[in-house]
Design a protein around this ligand. Structure first.
Ligand SMILES: [Fe+2]
Length: 176
């Protein structure tokens, strides 16, 4: 079980959220996700298995997306910065349900074979009574959101997520 202190140590960007309730939503969702997860060590879960050779962890990616999203939100203005930080910290929370860890290796879980992380993450967010806007960001940060009208904070996180994904892929390809 992750303690509040564990979540803040793993994701120090939680402290950048000024609204106390929003902060608590992020902490509770990560605690709940790890309670339900077949992953045993959040800090070593891989970010993605979609690109062989990409070794970044889910925590590294989540923190990078959160810091980039916060910077974009502050520069752009007109969006709720707390919601952007919380949404970025949680956008991939469903990955610990999509994935499992077996002998230290990240593999696709039984749940993950039929539910992508935006779906399981949104389900988890609803289970823990997170606000609609956070459920929406989690559900629609990836291609699932192409079929709905994303709120501005979800548009920002969607693009920043792909900035990291596409650049990581290109850097990896350049090394080969
Ligand atoms: Fe992501």
């Amino acid at each position: 079980m992750l303690t509040v202190e564990d979540v803040i140590r793993i994701f120090p960007e939680v402290e950048h959220i000024s609204d106390q309730q929003m902060k608590e939503h992020v902490i509770r969702a990560w605690q709940g996700a790890m309670e339900m997860s077949e992953c045993t060590d959040l800090e070593t879960v891989k970010w993605t298995m979609a690109v062989p050779g990409l070794e970044d962890t889910l925590v590294q990616h989540t923190r990078k997306v959160t810091r980039m999203a916060k910077a974009c939100a502050c520069e752009h203005g007109g969006v709720n910065v707390d919601l952007v930080i919380a949404g970025a910290l949680l956008h991939d929370v469903g990955k610990v349900l999509e994935y499992a860890q077996v002998d230290g290796q990240t593999v696709t879980s039984k749940t993950g074979k039929g539910l992508r992380h935006p779906v399981s993450g949104a389900g988890l967010a609803m289970k823990f009574d997170l606000p609609y806007e956070l459920v929406h960001i989690i559900a629609n940060h990836s291609k699932e959101g192409d079929f709905v009208t994303r709120i501005p904070e979800a548009i920002l996180i969607h693009h920043v997520d792909f900035v990291d994904f596409d650049i990581a892929k290109a850097l990896l390809a350049a090394k080969k």
